[in-house]
Design a protein around this ligand. Structure first.
Ligand SMILES: Nc1nc2c(ncn2[C@@H]2O[C@H](COP(=O)(O)OP(=O)(O)OP(=O)(O)O)[C@@H](O)[C@H]2O)c(=O)[nH]1
Ligand SMILES: [Mg+2]
Length: 281
C-alpha cells in the first residue's frame, strides 16, 4: 500500500492489464492441464517438429502425413499447438496421432509457439523445427533444415524461398520479404535473404536462452531473429520451396496490415533489445 504521502502520485489503476495477464496465465495453464491429460508421458524425441495451427483443419492433415519419422539419423516427434479457433484442427491433429496441445482461446502464433517451445524442451528435444500448418513449407525438407544443427555448423537455421523456389505470385509480398530482410540484416549484422520465413530449426539450448526474452504474440519471426542475433547465436539459411497456401487465406491480415505490423515488431524489438528494456509492452 502506498503511504499517504505518495498516494497522490500513484498512476491510474492498472487492473485491466493485470486482469488480462491473469486470464492469459489461466489459458496457458488450462492448455497445459489438457496436454498432461492427453499425454501422460511428455517425452517427445530428439527432433521435434513444432506446428502452431489456427483454424487449419483443411490443411494440417496433409502436412502431418508428410513429416518424416527420422532426420539426420534422429527420430522425429510432431507437436501441434492448436491455437483456439472454431474448426476441427484439434481433431485432425489427434487423429494423426501426434502430440497435441490445445489452447482454449486464440492467443496468436507467437504465444502458441512459445508454449510449444516450452513443451518441446520439457519433452527432451535436442533440435526444435517450426513449420506452418497451411502447407507453405514442405515437411520433407526437414532434413535440410535440421542437418546443420546436428552437424554442429549452426544454432539456428532459417529457410529461404529466395535461395530456393518461391511458387507464390504476390509481388507485393515478395518485395516485403526483400525489404524486411535488408532491414533486419542492417540491425543484426546478418546476411539473411528470407528472415520472415517461419520454417526454422533451433538448437535446444538456443530456445531455452530465447524463451524468456520473447514477447510477440503474433508477428514473431523478426523478433526471434533479432534476439538470437544479438545473443550471439550462429544463424544460417538453407534453400527451400515456398508453396502457395494449400487452402484458405492468411490469418495475419492483408499485405498492408501484415507489412505495418512486421515493421512495428522489427522496430520495437530492436529498441527493446538495444535499450536493454525487457518490460512487456
Ligand atoms: N497459433 C496461431 N497460429 C496462427 C495464427 N495465425 C496464423 N497462424 C499459423 O501460423 C502459420 C502461418 O500463418 P499464415 O496466416 O499462413 O501467415 P504467413 O504464412 O506468415 O503468411 P501468408 O504468406 O499470408 O500465408 C499457419 O500455420 C497458421 O495456422 C494465430 O493467431 N495463432
Ligand atoms: Mg501461410
Amino acid at each position: 500500500m502506498p503511504t499517504q504521502r505518495h498516494r497522490w502520485l500513484t498512476l491510474p489503476d492498472s487492473r485491466d492489464r493485470r486482469r488480462v495477464a491473469a486470464m492469459r496465465t489461466y489459458v496457458l495453464d488450462e492448455a497445459r492441464r489438457d496436454y498432461a491429460r492427453r499425454h501422460t508421458d511428455p517425452t517427445l524425441a530428439p527432433v521435434v517438429a513444432l506446428i502452431a495451427a489456427y483454424e487449419e483443419e483443411a490443411n494440417l492433415g496433409d502436412v502431418l502425413k508428410a513429416v518424416p519419422d527420422e532426420v539426420a539419423g534422429l527420430p522425429v516427434a510432431t507437436l501441434v499447438v492448436v491455437d483456439g479457433g472454431e474448426d476441427g484442427t484439434a481433431r485432425v491433429a489427434e487423429e494423426a496421432g501426434v502430440h497435441t496441445c490445445v489452447l482454449p482461446v486464440n492467443l496468436g502464433q507467437g504465444a502458441a509457439l512459445r508454449l510449444g517451445y516450452a513443451l518441446a524442451l520439457e519433452g527432451g528435444a535436442q533440435v526444435i523445427a517450426t513449420l506452418d500448418a497451411d502447407g507453405q513449407n514442405d515437411p520433407t525438407e526437414l532434413e535440410t533444415m535440421v542437418r546443420p544443427i546436428v552437424d554442429g555448423e549452426a544454432d539456428f537455421v532459417i529457410a529461404s524461398r529466395r535461395l530456393g523456389v518461391d511458387q507464390t505470385t504476390d509481388r507485393f509480398r515478395r518485395a516485403g520479404v526483400r525489404l524486411y530482410a535488408a532491414l533486419l540484416n542492417a540491425i543484426v549484422g546478418q546476411r539473411l535473404s528470407d528472415s520472415s520465413n517461419g520454417y526454422r530449426s533451433f538448437r535446444a539450448e538456443l530456445v531455452a536462452d530465447l524463451l524468456p526474452r520473447l514477447r510477440q504474440d503474433q508477428y514473431q519471426t523478426a523478433e526471434v531473429v533479432i534476439v538470437a542475433g544479438t545473443r550471439g547465436w550462429r544463424i544460417t539459411q538453407r534453400p527451400t520451396v515456398w508453396h502457395p497456401r494449400a487452402s484458405g487465406s492468411s490469418k495475419k491480415g492483408g499485405n498492408l496490415v501484415f507489412g505495418v505490423q512486421y515493421l512495428r515488431v522489427i522496430l520495437t524489438t530492436w529498441a527493446r533489445v538495444t535499450l536493454g528494456n525487457h518490460a512487456r509492452r
